[in-house]
Design a binder for this molecule. Structure first.
Ligand code: AKG
Length: 282
């Protein structure tokens, strides 16, 4: 497929899947690192995040602590995939280790857009995209991703039914009958192989199936700003103030490939107030 077709599909559906972005060795190293970091979390962390499984932050500090992580964030295949979509100077914000233990509940419908006061959110120019890497092959049985294609630009009935926030009840699966856990006609499954990459608009409605398997299912959700350099200044200012990046290390300790992805804004534009609810979506 031509790159322009990939971009068209990405803009229309709100997501695009690249196959074989990470090799087996990289996936193994990431699994080992994630298992270690997860083993260091308090049991309460997993109690609080039953539907996601976990929500462990990956930031620039994590990347500087673990070479596996910085190599992953700056991986040529990852940046190459973004280039194929037309983004050749992306920025990286943060990520999360999200692991579904064996026999754990589904993840509720949500979208992660938080720039809904910004007119750019209602256009095809992405502000923030997720790069999701599942570290095992996924199927509907072990908790693969589900999405509603096109819901990043067009109002869906679920937008009026789901909670505005990731409430404690949703996170702990207190009410399985909540509309957030419903099935809808136009949802599709996105099963992938370990090492594939799903790129999607942060504003796309997505969820995941329950993990009914006997094995842990981990996904790394990495948040990039693929077109940051071409965003209006006020959007840049908003992104720069909303991403709390850890400090830049002394020059001798810096990883140049990682620093090239750092979000920086030095102008005087006024940030736009953060808004999680897509009030203007039609
Ligand atoms: O756990 C998953 O499959 C999806 C994770 C997710 O929805 C997110 O990171 O926003």
């Amino acid at each position: 497929m031509e790159n322009s077709e990939k971009r068209n599909q990405f803009e229309r559906d709100g997501f695009y899947v690249f196959q074989n972005i990470l090799d087996a060795e990289t996936v193994d190293s990431l699994n080992t690192l994630c298992d270690r970091i997860l083993s260091e979390q308090d049991p309460e962390h997993f109690e609080l995040h039953k539907t996601t499984g976990s929500m462990v932050l990956i930031d620039y500090l994590t990347a500087y602590q673990h070479r596996v992580m910085s190599d992953f964030i700056t991986h040529p295949n990852v940046l190459g995939a973004l280039t194929k979509l037309g983004f050749d100077d992306p920025k990286f914000g943060h990520g999360r280790i999200i692991t579904k233990p064996p026999h754990s509940p589904p993840l509720f419908w949500h979208e992660d857009g938080r720039f809904w006061n910004d007119p750019v959110s209602y256009t095809t120019q992405p502000i923030q995209v997720f790069l999701m890497y599942y570290l095992v092959d996924t199927t509907p049985e072990n908790g693969c991703l589900r999405v509603i294609p096109g819901s990043h630009l067009k109002r869906h009935p679920l937008h009026n039914q789901i909670s505005e926030n990731h409430t404690e009840d949703l996170r702990t699966y207190a009410n399985p009958d909540d509309p957030g856990f419903s099935r809808v006609d136009d949802e599709i499954d996105v099963p992938v192989k370990a090492g594939d990459l799903v790129v999607g608009y942060g504003s796309l409605l997505h969820a995941s199936h329950a993990n009914d398997s006997d094995l842990r299912r981990t996904v790394l959700t990495m948040w990039y700003y693929p077109d940051y350099v071409n965003l209006p200044e006020r959007t840049q200012a908003t992104v720069a103030t909303s991403e709390k990046l850890s400090p830049v290390p002394p020059v001798a300790e810096q990883i140049p490939e990682l620093e090239a992805l750092r979000i920086e804004y030095h102008g005087n534009a006024e940030p736009i107030e953060i808004e999680w609810v897509p009030k203007g979506l039609k």
